[in-house]
Design a protein around this ligand. Structure first.
Ligand SMILES: [Zn+2]
Ligand SMILES: [Zn+2]
Length: 142
Protein backbone atom coordinates (compact mmCIF):
# COMPACT_ATOMS: atom_id res chain seq x y z
CA UNK A 1 0.00 0.00 0.00
CA UNK A 2 1.27 3.47 -0.86
CA UNK A 3 2.06 5.76 2.00
CA UNK A 4 0.58 9.20 1.80
CA UNK A 5 3.16 11.88 1.84
CA UNK A 6 0.79 14.49 3.16
CA UNK A 7 -1.92 14.51 5.70
CA UNK A 8 -4.92 14.69 3.40
CA UNK A 9 -8.61 14.61 3.95
CA UNK A 10 -11.87 14.82 2.06
CA UNK A 11 -13.38 18.25 1.91
CA UNK A 12 -16.66 18.03 3.84
CA UNK A 13 -18.09 20.62 1.52
CA UNK A 14 -17.34 19.35 -2.00
CA UNK A 15 -15.72 15.97 -1.45
CA UNK A 16 -12.37 16.91 -3.02
CA UNK A 17 -9.27 15.44 -1.45
CA UNK A 18 -7.01 18.15 -0.13
CA UNK A 19 -4.04 18.70 2.09
CA UNK A 20 -4.98 19.51 5.64
CA UNK A 21 -4.54 23.11 6.67
CA UNK A 22 -5.99 25.16 9.47
CA UNK A 23 -9.16 25.43 7.42
CA UNK A 24 -11.53 22.49 7.59
CA UNK A 25 -12.32 22.71 3.85
CA UNK A 26 -10.34 22.65 0.60
CA UNK A 27 -8.82 25.74 -0.99
CA UNK A 28 -11.67 26.14 -3.51
CA UNK A 29 -14.29 25.99 -0.80
CA UNK A 30 -12.23 28.26 1.43
CA UNK A 31 -12.15 30.86 -1.34
CA UNK A 32 -15.85 30.41 -1.88
CA UNK A 33 -16.50 30.75 1.84
CA UNK A 34 -14.40 33.89 2.09
CA UNK A 35 -16.17 35.29 -0.91
CA UNK A 36 -19.58 34.56 0.62
CA UNK A 37 -18.49 35.92 3.95
CA UNK A 38 -17.25 39.21 2.56
CA UNK A 39 -20.48 39.60 0.57
CA UNK A 40 -22.52 39.03 3.72
CA UNK A 41 -20.48 41.24 6.03
CA UNK A 42 -20.38 43.99 3.42
CA UNK A 43 -24.15 43.87 2.99
CA UNK A 44 -24.75 43.77 6.73
CA UNK A 45 -22.41 46.71 7.26
CA UNK A 46 -24.55 48.82 4.97
CA UNK A 47 -27.92 47.38 6.03
CA UNK A 48 -28.03 47.02 9.79
CA UNK A 49 -31.76 46.38 9.62
CA UNK A 50 -31.50 43.45 7.23
CA UNK A 51 -33.43 40.26 7.83
CA UNK A 52 -32.30 36.77 6.88
CA UNK A 53 -34.42 36.67 3.73
CA UNK A 54 -33.09 40.03 2.56
CA UNK A 55 -29.56 38.93 3.18
CA UNK A 56 -30.08 35.67 1.26
CA UNK A 57 -31.75 37.52 -1.58
CA UNK A 58 -29.17 40.28 -1.86
CA UNK A 59 -26.01 38.21 -1.49
CA UNK A 60 -27.10 34.98 -3.16
CA UNK A 61 -25.61 33.08 -0.21
CA UNK A 62 -27.79 30.26 1.07
CA UNK A 63 -29.51 30.57 4.43
CA UNK A 64 -27.83 27.34 5.55
CA UNK A 65 -24.40 28.81 4.94
CA UNK A 66 -25.23 32.16 6.52
CA UNK A 67 -26.55 30.33 9.57
CA UNK A 68 -23.33 28.34 9.72
CA UNK A 69 -21.23 31.50 9.52
CA UNK A 70 -23.20 33.16 12.30
CA UNK A 71 -22.95 30.07 14.51
CA UNK A 72 -19.22 29.83 13.85
CA UNK A 73 -18.88 33.47 14.83
CA UNK A 74 -17.65 34.40 11.35
CA UNK A 75 -20.55 36.81 10.93
CA UNK A 76 -21.19 39.01 13.92
CA UNK A 77 -24.87 39.88 14.30
CA UNK A 78 -24.74 41.54 17.70
CA UNK A 79 -25.74 44.89 16.22
CA UNK A 80 -28.00 43.51 13.49
CA UNK A 81 -31.25 43.26 15.44
CA UNK A 82 -33.44 41.71 12.74
CA UNK A 83 -31.12 38.94 11.71
CA UNK A 84 -31.95 35.55 13.17
CA UNK A 85 -32.19 31.91 12.17
CA UNK A 86 -34.36 29.01 13.26
CA UNK A 87 -33.73 26.87 16.32
CA UNK A 88 -32.66 23.32 15.42
CA UNK A 89 -35.56 21.78 17.27
CA UNK A 90 -38.60 24.03 17.19
CA UNK A 91 -37.70 26.54 14.46
CA UNK A 92 -38.33 29.61 16.55
CA UNK A 93 -35.97 32.50 15.80
CA UNK A 94 -32.64 32.54 17.54
CA UNK A 95 -29.46 34.59 17.25
CA UNK A 96 -26.92 32.40 18.99
CA UNK A 97 -25.97 28.72 19.15
CA UNK A 98 -28.17 25.93 17.79
CA UNK A 99 -31.14 26.07 20.11
CA UNK A 100 -33.62 28.58 21.48
CA UNK A 101 -33.76 29.24 25.22
CA UNK A 102 -36.82 27.01 25.63
CA UNK A 103 -35.25 24.03 23.87
CA UNK A 104 -31.97 24.57 25.69
CA UNK A 105 -33.78 24.52 28.98
CA UNK A 106 -35.67 21.42 27.98
CA UNK A 107 -32.48 19.65 26.98
CA UNK A 108 -30.77 20.72 30.19
CA UNK A 109 -33.66 19.27 32.16
CA UNK A 110 -33.42 16.08 30.13
CA UNK A 111 -29.69 15.89 30.78
CA UNK A 112 -30.28 16.53 34.48
CA UNK A 113 -32.85 13.76 34.50
CA UNK A 114 -30.45 11.45 32.70
CA UNK A 115 -27.68 12.26 35.15
CA UNK A 116 -30.01 11.64 38.06
CA UNK A 117 -31.08 8.31 36.59
CA UNK A 118 -27.47 7.40 36.07
CA UNK A 119 -26.66 8.33 39.63
CA UNK A 120 -29.55 6.24 40.90
CA UNK A 121 -28.46 3.34 38.74
CA UNK A 122 -24.96 3.59 40.10
CA UNK A 123 -26.20 3.70 43.67
CA UNK A 124 -28.42 0.72 43.03
CA UNK A 125 -25.53 -1.14 41.48
CA UNK A 126 -23.28 -0.24 44.38
CA UNK A 127 -25.88 -1.54 46.80
CA UNK A 128 -26.22 -4.77 44.82
CA UNK A 129 -22.48 -5.17 44.76
CA UNK A 130 -22.31 -4.69 48.48
CA UNK A 131 -25.06 -7.26 48.91
CA UNK A 132 -23.23 -9.81 46.79
CA UNK A 133 -20.07 -9.07 48.75
CA UNK A 134 -21.78 -9.92 51.96
CA UNK A 135 -23.16 -13.09 50.49
CA UNK A 136 -19.76 -14.04 49.14
CA UNK A 137 -18.23 -13.25 52.47
CA UNK A 138 -20.56 -15.60 54.24
CA UNK A 139 -19.96 -18.22 51.60
CA UNK A 140 -16.21 -17.95 52.03
CA UNK A 141 -16.41 -18.31 55.77
CA UNK A 142 -18.16 -21.61 55.59
ZN1 LIG B 1 -14.14 21.71 -1.09
ZN1 LIG C 1 -36.35 25.77 20.06
Amino acid sequence: MATLEYDVQNCPNCGNIFRKTTWPVCQDCKNEMENELSKCTEFIRRNRQTTMSQLVEQTGVSEINITKYIRDGKINISDVPNLSYPCDLCESSIRKGNLCVKCRMKINTDIDKMKRNEQEDREKLAKENRASFIIQDRFNKK
